[in-house]
Design a protein around this ligand. Sequence first.
Ligand SMILES: C[S@@+](CC[C@H](N)C(=O)[O-])C[C@H]1O[C@@H](n2cnc3c(N)ncnc32)[C@H](O)[C@@H]1O
Length: 235
Amino acid sequence: MMEETVYNQEDLFKMLDSLLREPEGFWTDFYKDRDRDIPFFKNVPDENLVSYHINGILKPGKALELGCGPGRNALYLAKNGWEVDAVDLSTTSLQWAEERAVENGLHINFIHNNIFNLEIAEGAYDFVYDSGCFHHIAPHRRLSYTNVINKALKTGGHIGLTTFCPGGKFGGAVISDWEVYRLGSLQGGLGYDKARLERIFSCYEPVEIRNMIDQDNTSEVFGLSDLMAALFKKL
Ligand SMILES: C[S@@+](CC[C@H](N)C(=O)[O-])C[C@H]1O[C@@H](n2cnc3c(N)ncnc32)[C@H](O)[C@@H]1O
């Protein structure tokens, strides 16, 4: 049995992790049935990501995707000239993503790891993207999360993310960080509004923070207005 004594910060984090759902098993099971009606199972990129590209805010370089799932955004970036490292802790999603990359003749460096265990070279990336991973990160890991981004990004680089907004149709718990531990659950994902995102990412310059734009079933991009899309620049 693991020794239940807190000697350092990582022991403390592990204790708090143990009060919440273990993510790796959950996300590995999540992708076992690819036919489930899950909005982000369709292989189309986020509309905001496409808009950053079309509007010339982002120019191809080196990208890191956190929690890439079956890879729809990593594929879009690779198709548009980016060199992409894409990380997820679920083997089932990475297998699916790799199959999609092969079908499309694309090379993406998929990495099976927890984002908190990544070895990242300082300032190695022009762009870090996260679609739907951040809202599943427990509050006690939030500072480590922003440290990962800060380490990964070069000066002038961008971080883009989509998250549940508070009380959204698909998730977005409106609970305090303390309540997460009283309940022993993130309630399916935390909700973040513009003010909260600006505060969490206050060391960056906000470029655009808005709701995603809803898309219908026939669209070649993904968008749900119950999600926030935020882009920040590292100064
Ligand atoms: C809602 S899914 C989104 C998947 C993908 N970004 C998309 O939009 O299609 C969140 C993903 O984050 C991954 N994830 C959650 N916590 C993670 C962590 N600590 N490290 C790596 N991946 C993580 C999950 O395995 C899951 O694939």
